[in-house]
Design a protein around this ligand. Sequence first.
Ligand SMILES: [Zn+2]
Length: 132
Amino acid sequence: MTNRPVHVREGLLAPDSRPDQRVALRASRCGTCGLVAFPKRETCEACAATTAEIALSTRATLSAHTEVIHPPPDSKVPVPYGVGLATFPEGIAILGLLADELRHAARIGIAVETFAYEAFPGHLTYGFRIAD
Ligand SMILES: [Zn+2]
């Protein structure tokens, strides 16, 4: 019996990811047109060709950010929390939760890294934090 946290959504991170560990998000790239998708897809949403799984870079650039102070319906993440859009070298921008330290220091253009975020007790997703 382990107390390993449950993934909020399967397939975004490696199954054995540990809270606070730097992680590469699991995406897909189209073999024909090169479109990158996250979460990964079996077929390309642009051209319907077969895709291959790729691991995104762990570093990205913060493109936009905001703070959530009123919880959306059924939200389990305690407010306030930060949300940001990170642009990856692979050519995709992904929305994610911000670590508290990044929420307080967020600026467009800073380097962020992806990590396994225990956003509420026992539940793991990905988040962005200030890159080393
Ligand atoms: Zn395609």
